[in-house]
Each structure stands twice: as C-alpha cells, then as structure tokens.
Ligand binder design. Structure first.
Ligand code: PRP
Ligand code: ZN
Length: 295
C-alpha cells in the first residue's frame, strides 16, 4: 500500500461531536471546508479531514486508515470492551481528554414509570447501542436484564414496545424528553477524546507534533482567563492567593499605595472568586477570554 504523505484526522460527520471537533481544529488554525464530502483537504497544512460516523472512528484509527481521531470516550470504551471480548488489543493510544462535548451514558425509562432504584430493571429488556458497557454495568450491579442491541434510534424502542428501557447518550436531555423518557441511572460520564494510531507516523510525525501543540494551546486557553484589576499594595499577597492556578502576576505601580495586576488564571474564574477579590480590596476587575496560548 502507498504511504500517505498527509496526516489524516477522523471526526464525526453529524451529531454532538461534529461542531465541537470542527471548532477545535479551526481554532488550531486549520482551514478547511465542511460540506457533504467524505474527505476535506486542509488548505494551509498537509492534513486531510475525514467526516465519518463516530462509531467507526476507533476502527479507522486502529486500522491505520486515519492517524488521529476525535471521538467520544463512550465509543472508545465500548470498542475496547468489544476488542477484549474478541481477544484483540486496542491498537490506539489516547492522546488527550479534551474536556469538551461532555455527556453521559444513561439508563432511561418512560416518564410515567416509577423508578426507585436499579432493582426496577430486573427482568427488563433494555435497548442500547452500547451492549458491552451496559452489560458490564448490569453485571457489576447484579441486575439480570436482557439487552437489545440496536445500531440507532434507540430512543424509540420503548414507544414501539420493543423494550422497557434504553441505555443511550444524554447531552442536553432533549432527545429523552422528546421521546417521553427520563434518565434514571448514569452508566458512565463521557467527553471527547483525541486518539492516535499506535503505529509510527514516520514523515507525518512533525505535522502531528505541530497539531497537538496547537490543540493543547487552544484547550489551555479555553480554561484560562486573563485577569486585570487594581489593588491596594498591602493586599497583593492575599489577593493573588484567591486566584488558584494563576502564574506569577505582572504588577505595576498605580500611585503610591495601589498597583495594577495582570495575570493568567488557569482555572475557571467564577463569580464567587471575583466577589472575594472585591471584598479583599480589588477594584476595576476585568476578566478577558484568551484566544490562543503557546506554552
Ligand atoms: C447521541 C444520542 C442521542 C443524542 C442525545 O447521539 O444517541 O441521539 O446524542 O443528545 P441530547 O441529550 O442533547 O438530545 P450521537 O451524537 O452520539 O450520534 P449517534 O448516536 O447517531 O452516533
Ligand atoms: Zn454514535
């Protein structure tokens, strides 16, 4: 087989991860079009983007059709259990947990159904596209129940009387409420993960390193805020302690007893923190988003 010169990234073509993955790559400086095409070449870097079903992403990376994939942890864990069951090792490496596209794999039942605890599921039939994760969860909790494996539209199964409950991903909860269902138990929490083929990248290593550096910069910037404020000089030590995850601040004099402080806070800055800053004497507090960050 001919060796590919361009790095190939697989992302979800439609669904929860699609827009977040496109945003991450765009903010990392990749210029590409997103339409109905399967492959979109990046104009300014030797990278191609493949738009595929999320469930196919681990296999595409394992089979070396793609070098990198952005995929839900849920799909990844299900795939790992499937591979284990078939006596294979998963041939991909986890590069990064991105923290975006958070969701959970949950068990849901019809809204009108009473549900006190898991034992309500004994003897039930549960429809899911995640048979391995569900079966592991039921076994762990010693709940004998039947699993109906469906590849899609799991949420309609109770209405069609194919199942009593479902086990599916819940993000905003809209799909469940539109189908008159309620989530009752969380099987796993999930987020978008970047995976990489375990095979050597050869000539593509350099472009891969550049991409991961940029992605790290984008993700770090997302969590970080640039904070500016005025403070009484004598309160400076107390005030900077209130901002966890912040680097050494830049301090400039403002008159005799005041200073202007600039700093990058690496943790989410919440209203409570800002109120504490104010109570400790800070004023004119500005919190600004950071677009990019090279560490
Ligand atoms: C998941 C899941 C639901 C939807 C839930 O689909 O199957 O359809 O997201 O999101 P909501 O709570 O915001 O309504 P996913 O994006 O994984 O696509 P797929 O199931 O078609 O692969
Ligand atoms: Zn899917």
């Amino acid at each position: 087989m001919k060796t590919r010169k361009r790095l190939r990234i697989a992302i979800q073509k439609k669904g929860r991860l699609n827009q977040d993955s496109i945003d991450l790559l765009t903010r990392s400086g990749l210029k590409f079009r997103y339409d109905t095409a399967l492959i979109s070449p990046v104009e300014n870097l030797p990278i191609d983007i493949l738009f595929v079903r999320d469930d196919d992403i681990p296999t595409l990376v394992m089979d070396n059709i793609c070098d990198i994939g952005i995929v839900g942890e849920n799909v990844l864990l299900e795939q790992q259990l499937y591979q284990q069951d078939n006596g294979n090792n998963s041939q991909f490496d986890i590069v990064k947990y991105t923290g975006f596209s958070a969701c959970r794999l949950a068990i849901a039942v019809p809204q009108e159904q009473n549900f006190d605890n898991l034992s309500a599921l004994v003897g039930c039939r549960i429809a899911t596209s995640y048979p391995y994760l569900l079966s592991q969860y039921l076994e762990k909790n010693r709940i004998p129940a039947e699993i109906l494996n469906l590849s899609g539209s799991v949420e309609v199964a109770p209405r069609l009387q194919m199942a009593n409950a479902i086990c599916d991903l819940v993000s905003t909860g809209r799909t469940l409420s539109e189908n008159n269902l309620k989530a009752v138990e969380t099987v796993i929490n999930s987020q978008a993960v970047i995976i990489k083929s375990s095979q050597a990248l050869g000539d593509k290593q350099e472009i891969y390193d550049l991409l991961i550096r940029r992605i790290n910069g984008v993700l770090a910037a997302k969590e970080s805020k640039y904070i500016l404020f005025h403070a009484p000089k004598k309160m400076l030590a107390t005030i900077t302690k209130l901002l966890p995850g912040s680097e050494t601040p830049t301090v400039m004099p403002l008159g005799d007893d005041k200073v202007v402080v600039h700093l990058v806070s690496r943790e989410g800055t919440f209203w409570v923190t800002l109120e504490k800053l104010k109570a400790a004497g800070a004023s004119s507090i500005l919190v600004l988003p950071i677009e990019k960050m090279l560490i």
